[in-house]
Write a protein that binds this ligand. Structure first.
Ligand SMILES: Nc1ncnc2c1ncn2[C@@H]1O[C@H](COP(=O)(O)OP(=O)(O)OP(=O)(O)O)[C@@H](O)[C@H]1O
Ligand SMILES: [Mg+2]
Length: 477
């Protein structure tokens, strides 16, 4: 308790933290809480599972207790599940204050959210898209007086990935006061440092945990070389082995698309594994239900897309399996960080096919360590190979019979409409672009062919000339 007290936190808050098992501050908390209490902007880059959440929740709660009003603080985060998790931390740590929080995320009822916002909660935890929608469409609440703005997983919020938050962030930043205190956190801040500094304008205090390796020491990181076509048999074998050997272990399997996620879940279910899926094409209620089942260990296997890669804190997760090698080292760091959290041990196994070896090298370069090979009994895998492939095919056929692809199309169109684009025009533009690309490729290959023909002719010409010369020389002799 003295630890948190020594950082400048009040005794009620320090004892609340202790009751919740936070006995001593972690390095990121020790470094960031004092400057945050002094009113400085903060940027904290610390490994996964190192307690970054409490590093911003605790100083906010202390300041809130000194001058309680709503809306006091705004926390932004890239995923809906993470927003609920952060709200939970605020709620339990801020219980003695009677903290009122409000979660504003997509996929939930907008009217009741608007009502909650108008009741001036102390803390709003939101995903940028939905909060920006509220700001655009209503004037029943104001963010003009907020004291704290937090961007958790800040680098992701600024990234222009498949979900691009930049436009929504612009709306939100225009609605918050310039004299706020800004706090930015992530396990991978460094690439986006310059952009982040534009948000934390107040000469931010920057803290990065110094370590040779960018992943957690207690994490055993392995790779398993597998031919693309037999990947699933290896996956089933791995899951079976972990389940046989450890009764209480939970596993997260990461995969690259919603469809693969769905198929793998169906496939593992067919083999009687207790698995649930989590991806962005599921309804929000199903997403929460799946996560709740996994968290309570009713289902020991979670198959997820990168929607679950960042921030989620589930202590029972002992194993992370990457069904696909992540294309970006950053994503690898967050995915494997779902295990070996808060000093616990864990193992991460990445399935690597013949096409992914360069990706592993990029990951190793970023995390500054080599992955070790994970060995399995190939014979056992071979025995189940045909059965696994047949089951996978069956699942694919079953999924095709549903309207999964159609739903995906509808979702894409919805997204475009939300972004203010005309889906038909976009499709037309895409088709035209594809046509131009095709023509360009055709032209390039024609040019190449002509060049080759010309080169060949020149070569032939040269050879004929040489042969003639040689003949002349012979005759002259
Ligand atoms: N001082 C502490 N002592 C012990 N456990 C702690 C402490 N601070 C936080 N924890 C626990 O550590 C776990 C991980 O914390 P948290 O989710 O904040 O990590 P993080 O750094 O945000 O990770 P990520 O980068 O994955 O988001 C949580 O279960 C939290 O309760
Ligand atoms: Mg976090």
């Amino acid at each position: 308790m003295a630890g948190f007290r020594a950082l400048g936190l009040d005794s009620w808050l320090a004892s609340q933290a202790e009751q919740l098992g936070l006995s001593r501050p972690t390095p990121v908390q020790e470094a960031c809480i004092p400057p945050a209490l002094q009113g400085r902007d903060c940027m904290g880059c610390a490994k996964t599972g190192s307690g970054k959440t409490a590093a911003f929740v605790l100083p906010i709660l202390q300041k809130l207790s000194e001058d309680p009003f709503g809306i006091f603080s705004l926390v932004l985060t890239p995923t809906r599940e993470l927003a609920y998790q952060i709200a939970e931390q605020f709620r339990v740590l801020g219980k003695p204050l009677g903290l009122k929080d409000c979660i504003i995320v997509g996929g939930m009822d907008m009217v009741s959210q608007a009502l909650e916002l108008s009741r001036k909660p102390h803390v709003v935890i939101a995903t940028p898209g939905r909060l920006a929608d509220h700001l655009r469409s209503s004037n029943t609440f104001s963010l003009r007086n907020i004291k704290f703005l937090v961007l958790d997983e800040a680098d992701r919020l600024l990234e222009q990935g498949c979900t691009d938050f930049t436009k929504d962030l612009e709306v939100i930043l225009a609605a918050v006061p310039a004299n706020r205190q800004t706090m930015l956190f992530s396990a991978t801040l460094t690439d986006t440092l310059n952009e982040l500094k534009k948000i934390a304008m107040n000469k931010p205090f920057f803290w990065e945990s110094i370590s040779e390796v960018r992943t957690v020491e207690q994490l055993d990181q392995r790779y398993l070389l597998v031919p693309e076509k037999v990947k699933d048999a290896y996956l089933v074998h791995l899951v079976q082995t972990f389940q046989d050997e450890h009764e209480d272990w939970s596993i997260i399997i990461f995969t690259n698309t919603c469809k693969t996620c769905q198929i793998l879940n169906m496939m593992l279910r067919k083999f009687n594994f207790p698995s649930v899926a989590l991806h962005s094409m599921m309804k929000q209620k199903q997403r929460f239900a799946a996560l709740a089942k996994f968290k309570s260990s009713v289902f020991k296997i979670l198959i997820a897309t990168d929607v679950a890669a960042r921030g989620l804190d589930i202590p029972t997760v002992q194993v992370v399996i990457n069904h696909n090698t992540p294309g970006l080292p950053k994503i690898y760091i967050h995915r494997v960080g779902r295990t070996a959290r808060a000093g616990r041990h864990g193992i991460a196994i990445t399935l690597v096919t013949q096409y992914d070896i360069h990706l592993v090298h990029a990951i190793e370069e970023q995390i500054k360590m080599k992955l070790q090979e994970f060995s399995v009994e190939e014979q056992t895998v071979l025995k189940i190979l045909t059965q696994v492939n047949v089951v996978r095919r069956e699942c694919e056929i079953r999924l095709e019979a549903t309207d999964f692809d159609e739903k995906k199309e509808i979702n894409k169109r919805k997204q475009m409409i939300l972004e203010g684009k005309d889906p038909d025009l976009e499709m037309q533009r895409k088709a035209e672009l594809a046509k131009i690309k095709k023509q360009k490729l055709k032209f390039q290959s024609q040019v190449q062919q002509t060049l080759q023909e010309r080169q060949q002719k020149q070569l032939q010409h040269k050879l004929i000339k040489r042969a003639r010369r040689q003949q002349k020389q012979k005759q002259a002799k």
